[in-house]
Design a protein around this ligand. Structure first.
Ligand SMILES: Cc1cc2nc3c(=O)[nH]c(=O)nc-3n(C[C@H](O)[C@H](O)[C@H](O)COP(=O)(O)OP(=O)(O)OC[C@H]3O[C@@H](n4cnc5c(N)ncnc54)[C@H](O)[C@@H]3O)c2cc1C
Length: 446
């Protein structure tokens, strides 16, 4: 590919796709580079499902859109039109403001999606926007001149290729480009640097659909099963350290999605550690299949349909940016002057060293914001970060990392990149008014 691009987006997860589409819709020549042969990142390659909470409700039960705006909303609507978006939870938690006996009339949002259809939708949306796509290309090098990034290099079957652009967006999930360009980053929690555990998602099929419903929605039945699981954990028959079984109904009758393996104490950036993690996680999946066949009613003849092509990585590098988002910003629902995205998903820290999960919900009706300053890495003037590795504490990251928020951050990064290239300005000199003006136009919010 000889053409020089205005913007190169590294990584085609939800953040990267939204960034590339947004910049291309602002008439920029965009190249989107992805190591796999399909888009979606964690949503497709790691089978992560469902989309976590993307709207909230006011006191009358009216929907307040939080992330279902802009390109992410288009994705949701296209999935829905293609009969590929489903309700994951039958009910909401009952809000405190309802009186006893009063019926909860709030619409239950659809969050479970068919990832095969998502792959196709992302192909179509990038194609329609005129994005140049480079699959099967791994970025391993970044070249800079002073504080300017000039190119990234990829390796593929045909060898090494150098790609130049005026502007770059790092949406690799692991801030690979930032690290290659020498920008600073943090890893894991303060103190010991340990990251949230990795999880290999997998699917069981051929279960009795009625019993699947009961297992997912009947709290008593689930607790009984969890008690048996804990008993077997104690006796050493179950090695998985996760405190309980986390399952969701999935696309198709009698299919169950498991987000329930837990790999702790492994570095998600080291190939050797990742190799062990993948191996351990498949053992844990096998353990759970056996457990379900032997202990869960209706699962006697279940089969392992699929483990994800790659283990899911919740947390790795987080850049050192111009503002570090904190857990207080999340919990207190801070509204930043330079907000580029919103979130209503709370703190959700899976224990990096064993069992247990710390959860702090955001009250219904509330939302926090993501500041533009958190996507600006230090040292390089023509590079932004989109998605998971923005500048945030370990705690704040546990909330903002979910797919709907990453998608919104991606869209904003794409628009910011187009402003920087049009105005020939450094990322830190962003005209926030202008950014908000375009975001209001395309996402109808902010
Ligand atoms: C086990 C697990 C469960 C989760 N549960 C939920 C959930 O229920 N709901 C929810 O909303 N969120 C959930 N999340 C969080 C969410 O899935 C991710 O944080 C989010 O998808 C990150 O999106 P992203 O686009 O920033 O990064 P990613 O999805 O990681 O995308 C990065 C992309 O860049 C590519 N890439 C990486 N490095 C390179 C390179 N060097 N060269 C070229 N390409 C590269 C990758 O292949 C990938 O396509 C979960 C995450 C995990 C791991």
């Amino acid at each position: 590919m000889k053409k020089e691009h205005d913007v190169i987006v590294a990584g085609g997860g939800l953040a990267g796709c939204c960034a590339a589409i947004a910049a291309a819709r602002q008439n920029k020549k965009v190249l989107l580079i992805e190591r796999y042969g399909f888009f979606g990142g964690m949503a497709t390659a790691a089978l992560v499902n469902p989309f976590m909470k993307y709207n909230t409700f006011d006191e009358k039960g009216n929907i307040i859109p939080v992330n279902n705006t802009g390109i992410f909303k288009e994705i949701l609507e296209t999935l829905d039109r293609r009969n590929s978006l489903f309700i994951s939870f039958k009910k909401h938690d009952r809000p405190k403001y309802l009186a006893a006996g009063e019926v909860d009339k709030r619409a239950v949002p659809k969050r479970t999606f068919n990832e095969e259809v998502l792959k196709k939708i992302l192909d179509e949306m990038t194609e329609d926007a005129g994005v140049d796509v480079l699959f099967h290309s791994f970025i391993f090098k970044a070249k800079k001149r002073g504080q300017k990034l000039t190119s990234v290099s990829t390796v593929g079957k045909a060898g090494v290729r150098e790609h130049k652009a005026m502007f770059f967006i790092d949406a690799t999930g692991d801030a690979d480009v930032c690290a290659l360009a020498g920008c600073g980053f943090d890893i894991g929690r303060d103190g010991d640097g340990k990251c949230q555990p990795m999880t290999l998602c997998f699917r069981l099929g051929n279960a009795d659909p009625e019993k699947v419903e009961q297992m997912v929605y009947d709290i008593e039945k689930r607790e009984k099963l969890n008690a048996k699981y804990k008993e077997m954990q104690k006796s050493g028959e179950i090695k998985n350290q996760r405190e309980n079984i986390l399952v969701f109904p999935h696309v198709g009758n009698g299919v169950v999605h498991f987000n329930s393996t837990r790999i702790i104490d492994r570095n998600p950036l080291e190939p050797q550690e990742l190799s062990r993690a993948e191996n351990e996680a498949r053992k844990q999946a096998d353990e759970l299949v056996k457990f379900f066949r032997e202990n869960a009613e209706g699962f006697e003849n279940c089969i392992l349909l699929q483990t994800a092509p790659q283990i899911g990585i919740r947390e790795s590098r987080r850049i050192k940016g111009r503002y570090k988002l904190t857990d207080e910003d999340i919990v207190k629902c801070v509204k930043f002057y330079d907000s580029i995205a919103r979130g209503c998903y709370g703190i959700d820290i899976h224990n990096p060293t064993g069992g247990g999960t710390v959860i702090k919900h955001i009250s219904e009706g509330g939302y926090y914001t993501i500041p533009y300053r958190s996507i600006i890495p230090e040292k390089i003037n023509n590079l932004l970060v989109a998605g998971r590795p923005i500048s945030a504490s370990h705690e704040a990251h546990s909330a903002m990392r979910v797919m709907p928020i990453c998608a919104n951050i991606g869209e904003a990064a794409g628009i910011a990149a187009s402003i920087c290239t049009d105005m020939r300005i450094k990322t830190k000199d962003m005209d926030i008014e202008k950014l908000h003006e375009i975001l209001r136009k395309v996402a109808r919010l902010y």
